[in-house]
Design a protein around this ligand. Sequence first.
Ligand SMILES: *Cc1c(COP(=O)(O)O)cnc(C)c1O
Length: 230
Amino acid sequence: MNQAPASQQADIAANLAIVRGRIAAAARQAGRDLATLSLIAVSKMHGPETILPALAAGQQDFGENRVQEAMAKWPALRSQWPGVRLHLIGPLQSNKVRDAVALFDVIHTLDREKLARQITDAMAAQGRTPQLFIQVNIGREAQKAGVMPDATDRFIAQCRGEFGLNIYGLMCIPPADENPAPHFAYLAEIAARNGLRQLSMGMSNDYKVAIACGATHVRVGTAIFGTRIK
Ligand SMILES: *Cc1c(COP(=O)(O)O)cnc(C)c1O
């Protein structure tokens, strides 16, 4: 495997330490227990040479947004770092459900009945139980994935009742050009009234706000690994 230049490795470890420090500070300010917060390092579009310094620095939770890309990258890394937990944070297509259930420990993007059915079947067939977050289209954006906010209670009930799924929490990506705080607060409200305690919200630009609003899982890419090159 290629090694990143020493300077880049040092940057990633340093960036990770900075983000962890900011998460701890945000938790303290919000009067929250740091142990209830997970940092997911979003490694999409980065190769093993960039991911390895984060692993070496003790990072265990990683986020990927494409099943195929994750399948190409992670089995080899995981054989070296068996404690890794993989999070699927991108849209899940029907034809990738089996692979996703086989690879990921947490799926953040359950957002429709068909997917609930297929995930249920794949879990039964494989004897695996990834944690499931329902993605909510919190800003009601036409181009964005997720269940509409006013359909979320019903979808949670259907996942629990019809499919017997244990829903772990809710996930959202607020509109890019708006103040995220009201959107985070809204997601927290929907979760609370459905008895859900886990909230996957907050990215490089807004994870501190998200923690103030109750996030339990922040998904941070750029602030750790730098700008993604397409
Ligand atoms: C890419 C991505 C992130 C990380 O975004 P950054 O701005 O790089 O921190 C978080 N969540 C989702 C769903 C993403 O697709």
